[in-house]
Design a binder for this molecule. Structure first.
Ligand SMILES: N[C@@H](CCC(=O)N[C@@H](CS)C(=O)NCC(=O)O)C(=O)O
Length: 167
């Protein structure tokens, strides 16, 4: 049985152009792998730098106090909010938009991290059909669940449900 090196030399002799081409392909795929890693690190670093700034901006631009209600109306709103949960990513601008509206309306809605918490991520995918945030889970009476996507639709739903009537 011929040694491996002999077989390889035979192949080169039979197909003289294939080895340089293989080497070029190998070189190109090594380069594209390196580029991919560099790009991944670039975006990871960018995210690490930007996330605290985005969160600081959210903190500074969120009103400290939401709309004012009577203690009874606030208790009713709190009770209604216990049937809601917001699936979100911490630094997602669309989620921040919804969180700011929640703060403006003075609501206490549970937020669920669908980026890092695998059980919340799986629940979102199973219930809503896709991992896209923000998504508001609304538990209606008789246990019917609604998964509401789109930040503008969520804001409108919250305003219709919780904006106090003007005097
Ligand atoms: N139009 C949507 C955009 C939401 C969106 O793009 N969310 C991103 C995170 S910032 C997301 O969930 N991306 C994952 C995906 O689309 O699969 C909204 O206003 O809610």
């Amino acid at each position: 049985m011929p040694a491996k090196a002999t077989v390889a030399r035979e192949n080169v002799r039979l197909r003289p152009h294939s080895l340089p081409l293989q080497l070029i392909h190998q070189e190109m795929s090594n380069e594209s792998r390196t580029m991919r890693v560099i790009i991944q690190y670039f975006f990871r670093t960018l995210r690490l730098v930007l996330t605290p700034l985005v969160l600081l901006n959210e903190k500074l631009s969120t009103p400290a106090q939401g709309v004012q209600r009577s203690p009874q109306a606030q208790a009713e709103a709190d009770q209604a909010c216990s049937d809601l949960a917001l699936y979100q990513f911490k630094a997602c601008p669309f989620c921040i938009k919804v969180r700011k509206e929640i703060a403006r309306l003075g609501l206490d809605i549970e937020t669920r991290d669908a980026q890092h918490d695998q059980s919340h991520r799986a629940a979102l995918e199973a219930g809503g059909g896709r991992v896209k945030v923000p998504c508001l889970l609304i538990r209606h009476q008789q246990g019917k669940e609604e998964w509401l996507y789109e930040s503008d639709a969520i804001k409108t739903w919250l305003q219709n449900r919780f904006e106090p009537a003007r005097a």
